[in-house]
Design a protein around this ligand. Structure first.
Ligand code: NAP
Length: 306
């Protein structure tokens, strides 16, 4: 069972599982199974009868969406995960894979982020409710392994990007938001775009197919309590990112920084040693190529000339 299997990451995870030979994959969509409720979870577990649960369902978004929905992002992510793991254990599921988030890391910690440093401080404020709700599922996984011998593992992907991402400006993450801004501005002949923050923050981005591969490898090969980062080990500043997206989309106007808006976490980059050593995962997609594929997907889908 892949919760959130119809979403951006979930669609690719399902495709990878199929490619790996999985024949019965159950995806409980939210319109049929509301996983915030115990009823929805019970029905999903009873209809899917899974041996393995990969839990991707979540409410997610960029800084703006996190700032507007701290209560909802905390409650829905916490309640879905906590109840689903408990009911899965009671239903006799063999293995439970939780997909956490880089937003769980402390705001200030040494870079690249190592799993050992996960508890060394409070996350960046704008995404703390989301990040901490998901982080509690790590505690739950470890507690359930210790008390019940439940095989729950916990993965921490860095920011994702790729074809199929969410381009809705109200909830999109930084890459789709910037692609849309640049494409819209180019088509409208605008002489500038406004971008949140100062451009000095750094981020790391993992191509969605790579993330899916990491999840499927961990589901097959990793059975232990320690959290594991899924990243690439390649850090870019938001300024470099905007410049590259402008270049690839053909937007030649001015980039104006709105420093009254938050930068979010100052730096983000992952130490990827554990994933490589523990289950043989290494990201493969070259950065420029992944970005180009994402832009091509967006422009072809939206009928914009490229
Ligand atoms: N995107 C990133 O940059 C990123 C980075 C790190 C970690 N992650 C994690 O990766 C996972 C997938 O993220 P994503 O970007 O693929 O998000 P997404 O496209 O928004 O997918 C999330 C899915 O969750 C499902 N969902 C939400 N509320 C639900 C409910 N009440 N009941 C049942 N299903 C519900 C939705 O299913 P329906 O489509 O059926 O409504 C949706 O397809 C999340 O756990 C997220 O925290 C994402």
């Amino acid at each position: 069972m892949v919760t959130g299997g119809g979403g951006f990451l979930g669609t690719v995870v399902v495709r990878r599982l199929e490619a790996a030979g999985a024949t019965e994959i159950f995806v409980p969509r939210s319109h049929d199974y509301d996983l915030r409720t115990k009823d929805g979870i019970d029905h999903a577990l009873s209809d899917g009868d899974p041996e393995l649960v990969i839990h991707l369902a979540a409410v997610v978004g960029g800084i703006g969406a996190n700032r507007e929905n701290p209560g909802r992002f905390f409650y829905e992510n916490a309640i879905m995960g906590v109840q689903l793991m408990e009911q899965s254990r009671l239903a006799g599921v063999d293995k439970f894979v939780t997909v956490g988030t880089v937003c769980s890391y402390p705001k200030f910690t040494s870079v690249p982020f190592r799993e050992e440093d996960l508890w060394n401080g409070y996350p960046e404020e704008t995404n703390a409710p989301y990040g901490l709700a998901k982080k509690m599922l790590l505690v739950q996984s470890q507690a359930y392994r210790a008390q019940y011998g439940f095989n729950a593992i916990y993965l921490i992907p860095v920011n994702l990007y790729g074809p199929g991402d969410n381009f809705d400006p109200k909830s999109s993450h930084v890459i789709p938001a910037l692609i849309k801004k640049c494409v819209d501005a180019r088509e409208a002949g605008a002489d500038h775009i406004d971008v949140w923050g100062t451009g000095s923050a750094s981020r790391e981005f993992l191509y969605v197919d790579d993330a899916a591969e990491g999840i499927v490898l961990a589901a097959a090969r990793y059975d232990d309590a320690g959290p594991v980062n899924l990243g690439v080990g390649h850090e870019v500043t938001v300024r470099e990112l905007v410049t590259l997206i402008a270049e690839l989309t053909g937007f030649t106007g001015e980039i104006r920084w709105d420093a009254s808006k938050p930068d979010g976490q100052p730096r983000r980059a992952m130490d990827t040693t554990r994933a490589q050593e523990w289950f043989g995962f290494m990201a493969r997609m070259p950065w420029d190529e992944g970005l180009r594929a994402t832009i091509d997907w967006y422009t072809s889908k939206h009928g914009a000339g490229s």
